[in-house]
Design a protein around this ligand. Structure first.
Ligand SMILES: *Cc1c(COP(=O)(O)O)cnc(C)c1O
Length: 381
């Protein structure tokens, strides 16, 4: 195993042509970033309104093939507001996966709702339609106004799948199950900009989709997020809510409900536009790296995770699956000590103090992956 890890380290250093520290994922600024930022400063429109915000929203609509995109301050806020748009209320429950970044569960909590953790599929590492179906067969109570949880009596008002590392979940199957149980879907597509399922962009399948443009994502604007939807009216409502719910008026301050200041500043939108212009190139570059990793790891007898049939992954963070926790720990220790950054997949949400007591099914696949999946350097070369 040690030999294999050492050749892995050499291979990664060759890919990035360096002997110094190799991070997991860093942004690549090779386009109009500086030009647009300077334009923004020269125009004085650095804050909450400006042409780049509009341009960013229109680019996101095109990229995700949706009717309305709303620029927001970060991905977590995008999920939070999208849940509110779906009608998730205080005391409700939201079905999601325990194998995710903490923001997914936190956004549910911000709505004073509770996450219910359902297992993932081994092949996608994302929410399992089969497990959702089994859970609902046991606990679901379909009523006039939606689905309730027989155990808690609470309303299950949304389903929040997450496309782990840019690998799409089984969307057709999940949508079928959720349709039967009248549960609307919000896709946490924070990691999957550019990924496709059966030729269509992730984020466009659910009633709503949420994206992140944090510094470590495939496209960054420093910090930012977006909500997308094919329901134009719902999208407009999202724009209204995230811009303090201000009603247009020549001079009065009129706000017709409790909104948020979740706007993406024009300064960040400028960076986002310059980055989105390069997305196609980033995807090509990363897919090539994924191919190179795939053939390398095949020779090493290590399982490199690749996209599954009917899907296109954006290969945001690439990963290997080690044999067991012991090998995983050795891999993590050796690579990190040799300046190659690697990270384990997240701890499952119900291991964290605030989500300890949430209802969950048997998490066989999530726990299997938790012990074995490791992210390896994935930046654009
Ligand atoms: C990054 C990420 C988020 C949150 O995005 P921020 O822009 O950092 O708030 C949410 N969910 C998942 C799965 C993420 O990876």
């Amino acid at each position: 195993m040690t030999d294999t890890i050492n050749s892995t380290i050499s291979f990664i250093k060759e890919q990035y042509k360096t002997e110094s520290f190799i991070p997991l994922h860093i942004p690549y600024f090779g386009g109009n970033e500086k030009k647009y930022l300077i334009e923004t400063i020269d125009s004085t429109f650095v804050s909450s309104v400006g042409p780049f915000v509009d341009q960013f929203e229109s680019m996101m609509q095109d990229l995700t093939a949706t009717k309305k995109a709303v620029a927001v301050v970060n991905g977590t806020a995008a999920i939070q507001v999208a849940l509110r748009l779906l009608g998730v209320k205080s005391g409700d429950e939201v079905l999601t996966q325990a194998l995710t970044f903490v923001a997914t569960a936190n956004a549910i909590t911000y709505q004073n709702a509770t996450p219910v953790f359902i297992d993932v599929d081994l092949d996608t590492m994302g929410l399992s339609p089969k497990s959702v179906s089994l859970f609902l067969e046991e606990f679901g109570d379909l009523r006039e106004d939606g689905c309730y949880n027989k155990k808690t009596g609470k309303k299950i008002s949304a389903c929040l799948p997450m496309h782990t590392f840019g690998f799409p979940v089984h969307l057709d199957e999940l949508m079928k199950v959720c349709e039967v149980w009248k549960i609307p879907i919000l896709e946490d597509a924070a990691e999957s900009l550019g990924s496709e399922y059966k030729g269509k962009p992730t984020g466009s399948f659910g009633k709503l989709g949420a994206f992140s443009f944090n510094g470590n994502k495939i496209v960054t604007c420093g910090g930012g997020g977006a909500i997308v939807t094919n329901d134009f009216g719902l999208g407009e409502k999202g724009k209204h809510l995230t811009t303090t719910a201000k009603v247009p008026h020549p001079y009065e301050y009129v706000h017709d409900e409790m909104g948020y200041n979740f706007r993406m500043p024009n300064l960040n939108a400028a960076l986002a536009c310059a980055q989105l212009e390069q997305l196609e190139g980033f995807l090509k570059n990363k897919r090539k790296l994924a191919k190179d990793y795939e053939s390398f790891f095949l020779n090493q007898g290590i399982k490199f995770r690749t996209e599954i049939p009917n899907t296109k992954a954006n290969y945001w963070l690439m990963c290997v699956e080690l044999e067991n926790r012991k090998e995983r720990d050795l891999f993590l220790k050796t690579t990190n000590e040799d300046a190659v950054m690697t990270r384990p997949i997240w701890q499952l949400m119900y291991r964290l103090p605030m989500y300890l007591n949430c209802q969950r099914d048997r998490q066989l696949n999530a726990e299997f992956l938790e012990e074995r999946i490791v992210n390896i350097p994935s930046s654009v070369r």
